[in-house]
Ligand binder design. Structure first.
Ligand SMILES: [Zn+2]
Length: 367
């Protein structure tokens, strides 16, 4: 595999074995530290979509719409854009960009408007298979440079489990899920079999906000993203904790985009509610909400070094991973540099964030 060393990034030339199924939790791998820079929050626009655009047709209903000279991706679930140059780059251009910002590996996932939970399940599954195979192709084509997370049709749990199994056998490491499924929270018992399957597979699950709540009051000023998205993540963290999911399925590898949104900042109030309100105790939690938070993982995409400090104080440096939101404008332009310039984060903790934690959780073998 490593004979194709020309694809290895600028900061590492060490041995790396990919594809070994591994649940990093409890198997002695905890504590591994690598100097690889692994970006676990990086998106790829599906080639199948651009091919459909070039053929002047739609891709599972998604079209490229032009408004006032600007182009937008319209999946019928959301209109995203305007499309920027980086959304259409080739894999070689992507690798060159990664090299220029010191990122050795991107863990690829689709932009959230391709979750396709709004489609009939057969269509959604067909789209997921094309998306997931495209990421698997990238992993195989550029050894050591890419890993990946699947899109699964979670509006139908058994179908989602089957696709997660298929795609992890094909080299992906887990799945990217929306923070809700057509408005349903993850404390709904219908999702429990999915989490049980994710546990058994050792899947890394990355929650990404999309179609946020409170949309009626956040239509202006891009607030649906800047406030709606972090609110979404906080609701998802809270519903998993208060819903007892983390008691029923311990040792899950659940990671949340954008530093978990407002979850960590609000955990003290959730603890207070748990202490004084019966409504918060209906699932007989074994510990306080802030204790469950220690079982979760978060990317570092807070856009504030002070917020990163607070995240690291609230959980630990073992819980935080490099995430850039590449190639979108709300992400980091230079994520490695941003972490390395955090004034209050030790070099040891920076190394965990930049790659050590991701290597452990994704089950990457590092010499
Ligand atoms: Zn993102």
């Amino acid at each position: 595999m490593l004979s194709e060393a020309k694809h290895l990034g600028p900061h590492r030339k060490r041995g790396l074995a990919l594809g070994r199924p591994s649940n990093g939790i409890g198997n002695g791998e905890i504590g591994n530290v690598t100097d690889m820079r692994i970006d676990i929050h990086s998106h790829i626009l599906p080639r199948h979509f651009w091919d459909a655009v070039n053929d002047d047709t739609d891709w599972f209903g998604a079209t490229l719409d032009v408004e006032n000279g600007k182009r937008f991706i319209n999946t019928r679930d959301r209109k995203a854009g305007p499309v920027e140059t980086n959304w259409e780059i080739s894999m070689e251009q992507r690798l060159a960009l990664m090299d220029s910002i010191g990122v050795d590996m991107q863990v690829l996932s689709m932009p959230p408007y391709f979750f396709n939970y709004h489609l009939p399940v057969e269509q959604s599954l067909g789209a997921s298979k094309e998306l997931n195979d495209e990421i698997a192709d990238a992993i195989r084509a550029y050894p050591g440079r890419f890993s990946g997370l699947a899109t699964v049709p979670l509006q139908d749990v058994p179908t989602a489990i089957a696709e997660l199994e298929r795609t992890m056998a094909n080299g992906l490491k887990g799945a990217e899920l929306c923070t809700h499924v057509n408005g349903a929270n993850y404390d709904d018992p219908k999702f429990l079999p999915f989490f049980e399957a994710a546990h058994d597979l050792g899947a890394f699950i990355f929650f990404h906000p999309h179609a946020p709540t409170a949309i009626e009051r956040t239509r202006s000023y891009y607030l649906a993203n800047t406030i709606g998205n972090p609110l979404e993540s906080a609701i998802t963290v809270a519903s998993l904790i208060f819903g007892g999911v983390l008691d029923r399925v311990p040792d899950l590898k659940l990671c949340f985009a954008h530093g978990g949104g407002y979850a960590c900042y609000g955990i003290g109030r959730m603890d207070r509610g748990f202490q004084v309100r019966d409504e918060a105790k209906i699932n007989d939690l074994k510990q306080a909400p802030s204790d469950y938070l220690q079982q979760l993982y978060f990317d570092c995409l807070t856009h504030s070094h002070s917020a990163l400090d607070y995240l690291l104080e609230t959980v630990s440096a073992d819980n935080v991973l490099l995430g850039s939101d590449f190639p979108f404008d709300m992400g980091f332009d230079s994520p490695v540099e941003w972490v390395q310039s955090a004034p209050n984060v030790s070099t040891e903790d920076q190394e965990k964030i930049l790659g050590g934690n991701a290597a452990r959780l994704l089950g990457l073998d590092v010499d």
